[in-house]
Ligand binder design. Structure first.
Ligand code: NAD
Length: 341
C-alpha cells in the first residue's frame, strides 16, 4: 500500500514490481480521461483501456472486459476509480489470476477487501476469497479532489459503516476496534470541511486515511445488519450504493445501540456525542446528504418485500433481527425520520 500526495508518481515502478508488462486499465465512462492518463504514464504501447465499469459489477460488463483483456494481450490490471471500477478489476483478477493494482478515487474501501459482489439479471451474489484482494493499492489524495461534495459525503459515510459494523463483528478484535474508531473519527472531522471546500487538501488527506482504515476493517471481519440491508436495497431495488448506506446507518446504529454497548461507546467517542445514532443523522443533514430512501427512488410498497428479503437468511447481529422490526426501521428510513432505538 502506497499512501500520500503525489503517490501516483510511483505507479510505473509498482507496475514493474508486479511483473506487469501490458496493463488493462479500467475505469467508469466518466473517468476515461484518468484511464488515459494512467496509460500515458505506463506508456500507451504497454496499456489497453476499458472504461465501461458499472455499479454492482454486472456480469455482462465483466464478460466484455475479459474479451478486451484477451484481445489486448494484457498481463495485469490497473483500476482507477471507486468501488465499481475496483470491483471489475477484482472480477477479472479472480477469473484470470492476473495481478491487480488499484488506485481508489472514492472512500468506498473496496481496494482493501477480499470481497466481490457481482450482479446477474438483478441478483447480487457476494463472495470472499484471498485471490480477490488487489496486490497493490496507491492512495493519492490529489485524485480525490474532484469527487463532488455530495458524493464525498455519502462515500465517507459508506466508509464509516464498515467501521461501525466491525466494532460489533463476531470475529472482531482489539486492533480492528482501534482502526475502526480512528477511521470514523477521521471521516467525521474531515467530511464537513470537504463539503464546505472540496479542494481542502488537509481534510481530503484525513478522509482518505479514514477510508483506508474503514476499508481495512471491512476486509478483516464479518459485517452484519447494516451491510445486509444495503446489499438488499442495492441489489434488488437498484438503489445507489453510497447514498443508501448514508440513509440506513443511523437507523442501524439505533437498532443495535442497547445490544452492543462497547461498540457504541467507541462510535460515540469518535463522533463526539453520547447519542451516536442521532449524531450521525444530524451529521448527514449538515452534509446535505439524502436522509430518506424515498428520495433515492424507493417505493413505499417495496418496504415489506425488502424486509422479507433482508431477513431471508439468518446472519449474526447484536440485536435479534425480526421482519417486523426491520419493516419499522425501513419505514422510518424511507420517510427520512430520525432514528429510534
Ligand atoms: P462508484 O465507483 O460507482 O463511483 C460513483 C461515481 O463517481 C462514478 O460515476 C465515478 O465515475 C465517479 N467518481 C469516482 N471517483 C471520482 C472522483 N475522484 N472524481 C469525480 N468522479 C468520481 O462508487 P463507489 O461508491 O466508490 O462504489 C460503489 C460500488 O462499489 C458498489 O457496486 C459497491 O457494491 C462496491 N463496493 C464494494 C466493496 C467491496 O469490498 N467489495 C466495498 C465498497 C463498495
Amino acid at each position: 500500500m502506497i499512501f500520500g500526495a503525489g503517490a501516483l508518481g510511483q505507479l510505473a515502478d509498482e507496475v514493474a514490481r508486479l511483473g506487469i508488462r501490458r496493463a488493462l486499465v479500467l475505469a467508469t465512462p466518466p473517468q476515461r480521461g484518468r484511464a488515459e492518463r494512467i496509460a500515458a504514464i505506463l506508456d500507451t504501447d504497454s496499456a489497453v483501456i476499458f472504461a465501461e465499469a458499472a455499479m454492482h459489477t454486472p456480469l455482462a460488463v465483466t464478460e466484455r472486459a475479459l474479451v478486451a483483456l484477451q484481445h489486448g494481450g494484457a498481463d495485469g490490471l490497473v483500476t482507477i476509480g471507486g468501488g465499481s471500477t475496483i470491483g471489475l478489476g477484482k472480477a477479472l483478477a479472480v477469473r484470470t489470476g492476473l495481478p491487480h493494482l488499484a488506485i481508489p478515487t472514492t472512500y468506498a474501501g473496496s481496494e482493501m477487501t477480499p470481497i466481490l459482489g457481482e450482479t446477474d439479471q438483478g441478483v447480487k451474489t457476494t463472495r470472499r476469497d484471498p485471490a480477490i484482494l488487489p496486490r497493490s493499492v496507491i492512495y493519492d489524495v490529489g485524485l480525490t479532489l474532484s469527487l463532488p461534495a455530495a458524493l464525498s459525503a455519502s462515500s465517507g459515510i459508506n466508509a464509516m459503516a464498515h467501521a461501525v459494523e466491525a466494532l460489533y463483528a463476531t470475529d472482531g478484535n482489539p486492533i480492528i476496534a482501534l482502526m475502526a474508531e480512528a477511521g470514523i473519527a477521521a471521516l467525521a472531522r474531515a467530511l464537513p470541511v470537504i463539503v464546505r471546500d472540496p479542494q481542502d487538501r488537509a481534510a481530503r488527506d484525513d478522509a482518505l486515511y479514514g477510508a483506508w482504515l474503514c476499508g481495512a476493517c471491512l476486509g478483516a471481519v464479518e459485517m452484519a445488519l447494516h451491510h445486509k440491508l444495503c446489499h438488499t436495497l442495492g441489489g434488488s431495488f437498484d438503489l445507489p450504493h453510497a447514498q443508501t448506506h448514508t440513509v440506513i446507518l443511523p437507523h442501524v446504529i439505533a437498532y443495535n445501540a442497547q445490544a452492543a454497548p462497547d461498540a457504541m461507546a467507541r462510535v460515540a467517542r469518535a463522533l463526539g456525542s453520547a447519542d451516536p445514532a442521532r449524531a450521525l443523522y444530524d451529521l448527514t443533514g449538515r452534509l446535505g446528504a439524502t436522509r430518506a430512501l424515498r428520495d433515492l427512488g424507493m417505493k413505499q410498497d417495496d418496504i415489506a418485500r425488502a424486509a422479507r428479503l433482508a431477513c431471508a437468511n439468518p446472519y449474526p447481529n447484536p440485536h435479534p433481527v425480526t421482519e417486523e422490526a426491520i419493516r419499522a426501521l425501513l419505514s422510518r428510513a424511507w420517510a427520512g425520520e430520525p432514528p429510534q432505538s
